[in-house]
Design a protein around this ligand. Structure first.
Ligand SMILES: Cc1cc2nc3c(=O)[nH]c(=O)nc-3n(C[C@H](O)[C@H](O)[C@H](O)COP(=O)(O)O)c2cc1C
Length: 190
């Protein structure tokens, strides 16, 4: 199985980075081939610009986008690791989706409506939050984030989300709970 990890956190000492390290180990232990795209370390340019549209219209794909589309083509299973920032994903990852999941690559418009083109792939999303679980469930924060990411981005492109994990209250919980969170990564569906 080819597993692509798309990772968006600027701090190599963050809890998200610990998740990345554990997931990398879990996937390798289970015999997967992996590629990691650490968007901040790569300095990925997240701005979908006029010149990108000019290239798309000419039938060209800008080189930095093409590299990431080739990685997605290669992948059977795409893992996203990111913290919830302002009820969404860090801007660098949102910009990655804007530029890489482009019309004609990730989806297309047909007479019957938009159709996803990445139907041979599955995805797992791993999120950390500052808020606690009760807030996320009672106030429907989780539901809102599930709809905008699992459905509005990935299912729209034909990608089935097989697992969406939330590690709640990361800055507030004890070291013991954070350790338990990391152990859960060992049991992730791969
Ligand atoms: C810019 C920014 C925005 C944030 N917005 C939210 C938010 O909307 N909801 C939430 O639960 N936590 C929010 N947080 C808290 C982070 O989700 C939390 O600190 C992070 O998931 C913990 O993981 P880390 O230690 O790897 O950064 C925000 C943090 C930052 C820096």
């Amino acid at each position: 199985m080819n597993s692509l990890i798309i990772y968006a956190h600027p701090n190599p000492k963050s809890f998200n980075h610990a998740i990345l390290e554990n997931l990398e180990k879990t996937l390798l232990d289970k015999g997967n081939s992996i590629k990691i795209r650490d968007l901040y370390s790569l300095g990925f340019n997240p701005i979908l610009a006029a010149k990108d549209f000019e290239e798309f219209i000419k039938g060209n794909i800008p080189a930095d986008i093409k590299i990431e589309q080739n990685n997605i083509d290669w992948a059977d299973h795409i893992f996203f690791i990111f913290p919830i920032w302002w009820f969404g994903m860090p801007a660098i990852l949102k910009g990655f989706i804007d530029r890489v999941f482009s019309n004609g690559f990730a989806y297309k418009y047909t007479e019957k409506g938009p159709v996803g083109l990445l139907n041979d792939k599955v995805a797992t999303i791993i999120n950390t939050t500052g808020g606690n679980k009760e807030q996320y469930i009672e106030n429907k924060f989780k539901e809102a984030i599930d709809i905008t990411n699992d459905i509005g981005k990935l299912a729209f492109c034909g990608i089935k989300v097989i697992e969406h994990k939330y590690f709640y209250g990361v800055p507030m919980v004890s070291d013991g709970i954070r350790k338990e969170y990391l152990e859960e990564i060992n049991d992730i569906k791969v």
